[in-house]
Design a binder for this molecule. Structure first.
Ligand code: SAM
Ligand code: SF4
Length: 461
């Protein structure tokens, strides 16, 4: 079944592309600008770049491609951990069953609602729900409903829930359809079978194939948007990038739907998690920037997610390399939004580096010239799966992304922003309106902005 990850080919390609001429690299960069993606060999050649001048050109190309497909917006979300019980033993994770110091906790539905309310009051409209793997799927379904049911003091509620939980089986996917989710995400962690085996010594997660084939099960069972990812640091990063692409190509070829998102977490320290302390294959900041840019060129239509695992400084740099979605104000322990914890390492899955509040991140994103977006328009209009891809692939999605980013930013400014952010945000909106080239769409956006000022909400394209 999983013939689509071919380790031998990946190793061969990486060897063959060690010495690629500058001229060839330039041709690959030119080809990438056509937004049609790249072949594995071309991607490998880019991953093998090491001189600064060519790297700079790679970075500029990634920036242009992101602008061409999605425009100037960065979509924001917050993670919500419902439980840290886990029967697996992943060597890099604080929730692993062998970590006896971890204070285990599953939030009840009232606690989940309280967490949701706090996230809403920060301005978020999208939540990513996660938990450890402990056979609590029915509980998780109720948790999803609980999150959607909450309204905050402004009358706002969560508009899109993405989920990241252990691989599901057919029956579970069918049940999931009844509660409405956005993207279903699972990271393969490492696509390198031998490393996978070492890193997942026990529990259900030790089955590489069960995890690798989860997106096939999801798409066959009517989940529309799927997200993939690798945990960088476990095995050679170049191998993981090529394997991610083999995975994406397989999904695209088989179902006509590539991954909606690709996540690129790097390992952060976690309590009693040996592989998070002695990282098997650490990825330097320079290589990390390169791999993000290369992914943007290789699969231009796919969203790339950057989490608060990374520091504020690195995030600012990497926003320029093709990132389209970011988390903000995150907590990685169940109950973390309500309760300030005394010993984070006793409860968190891993340590976070960007600990700024959502408000601070928004302010900084605006200053950097990006539009913080809370858009959920595609999902609300059923523009998912292939319909989304058909717009994203030729770069047409930005025609919706931009006005939706402006209307949802306006909502944020009206409901949650401090004076300084409000001023900077209003200026940004005025500037960006000029970039809506279609006059009818621009007029409609102006009309929506006015309505939002007059307390109407949830207007989208
Ligand atoms: N428990 C489910 C699973 O493993 O599939 C759900 C996802 S888990 C809550 C979220 C992700 O966190 C994992 O897939 C893993 O890639 C990542 N993670 C675990 N430990 C980490 C660490 N020390 N640093 C960074 N990311 C980590
Ligand atoms: Fe459990 Fe997921 Fe952590 Fe592994 S990564 S120990 S499955 S929570």
């Amino acid at each position: 079944m999983n013939q689509f990850i071919d380790e031998e080919i990946i190793h061969q390609i990486l060897k063959q592309t060690k010495e690629v001429s500058k001229k060839e690299i330039n041709n690959i960069l030119d080809k990438a600008l056509l937004l049609k993606g790249l072949e594995l060999k071309e991607v490998a050649a880019l991953l093998n770049i090491s001189d600064k001048e060519t790297l700079d050109r790679l970075f500029q190309t990634a920036f242009k491609i992101k602008e061409n497909i999605y425009g100037n917006r960065l979509v924001l979300f917050a993670p919500l951990y419902t439980s840290n019980h886990c029967s697996n033993n992943c060597l890099y994770c604080g929730f692993r069953t062998d970590n006896k110091n971890m204070k285990r906790r599953s939030l009840n539905l009232d606690e989940i609602k309280e967490e949701t309310k706090i996230i809403l009051e920060q301005g978020h409209k999208r939540i990513l729900m996660l938990m450890g793997e402990d056979g609590e799927f029915d509980y998780f379904l109720k948790a999803i409903e609980a999150v959607y049911s909450v309204k905050d003091s402004k009358g706002n509620s969560i508009r899109r829930i993405n989920i990241e939980i252990a691989p599901l089986d057919k029956e579970e996917f069918q049940k999931l359809k009844n509660v409405k989710i956005g993207t279903y995400t699972v990271f393969q962690e490492t696509y390198h079978r031998e490393t996978y085996k070492k890193m997942h010594p026990s529990g259900k997660k030790s089955d590489y194939d069960w995890r690798l084939n989860v997106m096939d099960r999801a798409l066959k069972n009517k989940i529309n948007d799927v997200g993939i990812g690798a945990l960088f640091g476990l095995y050679n990063y170049k191998f993981e990038v090529l394997a991610l692409l083999q995975h994406a190509n397989h999904l695209n070829k088989t179902y006509g739907i590539g991954p909606h998102t690709i996540s690129i977490p790097r390992i952060e320290p976690a309590q009693n998690a040996p592989a998070s302390i002695t990282i098997p294959n650490p990825v330097s900041d320079e290589d990390f920037k390169k791999l993000v840019a290369v992914l943007r060129l290789a699969v231009p239509y796919t969203g790339i997610i950057l989490s608060t695992r990374e520091s504020a400084e690195i995030r600012k740099e990497i926003f320029n390399l093709g990132i389209s979605q970011i988390s903000a104000g995150s907590k990685t322990n169940p109950g973390g939004y309500k309760e300030a914890i005394i010993n984070p390492e006793d409860e968190e899955q891993f340590t976070l580096n960007d600990t700024r509040t959502t408000g601070e991140i928004i302010k900084s994103v605006i200053k950097q010239g990006f539009i913080p977006s809370f858009c959920t328009g595609c999902y609300r209009l059923g523009r998912v799966g292939k319909d989304f891809m058909d717009l994203a692939k030729p770069g047409l999605i930005k025609l919706r992304c931009l006005p939706n980013a402006l209307t949802t930013l306006k909502e944020y400014l009206e409901d949650y922003a401090d004076e300084e952010t409000k001023k900077a945000g209003e200026e940004l909106i005025q500037r960006e309106l000029d970039n809506i080239l279609d006059k009818d769409r621009r007029d409609k956006t102006i009309e929506y902005l006015e309505k939002i000022k007059n307390k109407e909400r949830d207007l989208y394209f």
